[in-house]
Design a protein around this ligand. Structure first.
Ligand code: CA
Length: 226
C-alpha cells in the first residue's frame, strides 16, 4: 500500500488530510513537528510526504533540506501564504510540488496522485497522459484536476481548438469562432491570447505542448499521446 506521511502541526488540518488520503486508498501516518518529520523521512521514507512549512522545532524548509541528503522520495510542500510560495520556488529546495493554504483536500489528493504518477513514470511504466477538462457551462478548465485560471477569451480559444484536435485553425477562423464581437479585434490580438494560453498550459503540464503554432497559417490543438 502506498504510504503517505503527513507533517502538520494543526490538528484540524491534519485530520482532514488523513481522512481524504485514507479515502483515496493511501496508508497514512501523521507527525506534528519538524524533528519527528525528519527522523521519519530519513529512517523509513514513505512513498510521499506532505510537508507543512510552518512547524514547531524545525521548519519545513530545513526538514526538506536535511532530508534531501538521505532520501529522494517525493515531497509536496504546504505553504500558508502565496508570497511564501514565491520564495520557496526561488530556493529550489527540491520539493516535487507545492500546495497553498487554504487548499481543498480534493485538490491535495489530485496533486498527490499526480506526483506519485510522475515518480512511477520515472521508474518504468509510461505516465498517464495529462488530462485536460473543460466545463463548458461554467467556463472552467482544469489540468489533472488542477484548476487553470483562464480569461473568458482564453477559455473560448481553448474550447474551439480542443474540440478538433490536430485541425489547424487560421487566425481569422479563430476570431470568428471565439469572439462574440469581432468589430474591433485584430488577428494579431489572437497571437497574444494564444501566447498567454500556452504559457498557462505549459506551467501546468511542462511535458506536453498543447497548442502547436503553424507558421504563417494558424494554430492547432495537440492531444497528448495515450
Ligand atoms: Ca503549520
Amino acid at each position: 500500500m502506498t504510504r503517505i506521511l503527513i507533517v502538520e502541526d494543526e490538528d484540524d488540518i491534519a485530520s482532514v488530510l488523513v481522512d481524504y488520503m485514507r479515502h483515496a486508498g493511501y496508508d497514512t501516518e501523521r507527525v506534528a513537528d519538524g524533528e519527528s518529520a525528519l527522523a521519519r523521512m530519513v529512517d523509513d521514507p514513505p512513498d510521499l510526504t506532505l510537508l507543512d512549512v510552518m512547524l514547531p522545532k524545525l521548519d519545513g524548509m530545513a526538514v526538506l533540506e536535511q532530508a534531501r541528503r538521505h532520501t529522494a522520495h517525493p515531497v509536496i510542500m504546504v505553504t500558508a501564504r502565496i508570497e511564501e510560495l514565491d520564495r520557496l520556488l526561488g530556493l529550489e529546495l527540491g520539493a516535487d510540488d507545492y500546495v497553498c493554504k487554504p487548499f481543498s483536500p480534493r485538490e491535495v489528493v489530485a496533486r498527490v496522485r499526480a506526483v506519485l504518477r510522475r515518480g512511477m513514470a520515472a521508474a518504468g511504466p509510461p505516465p498517464d497522459p495529462p488530462r485536460l477538462q473543460l466545463e463548458d457551462t461554467q467556463w472552467r478548465a482544469s489540468l489533472d484536476g488542477r484548476p487553470l485560471v483562464l480569461t473568458r477569451l482564453e477559455f473560448r480559444l481553448l474550447q474551439v481548438l480542443s474540440r478538433q484536435p490536430g485541425r489547424i485553425f487560421s487566425r481569422g477562423r479563430l476570431l470568428d469562432l471565439a469572439y462574440d464581437d469581432t468589430a474591433d479585434v485584430t488577428e494579431r490580438a489572437i497571437d497574444s491570447h494564444i501566447k498567454n494560453l500556452r504559457r498557462k498550459l505549459a506551467a501546468a503540464s511542462p511535458d506536453h505542448d498543447w497548442i502547436r503554432s503553424v507558421y504563417g497559417v494558424g494554430f492547432a490543438f495537440e492531444a497528448p499521446a495515450t
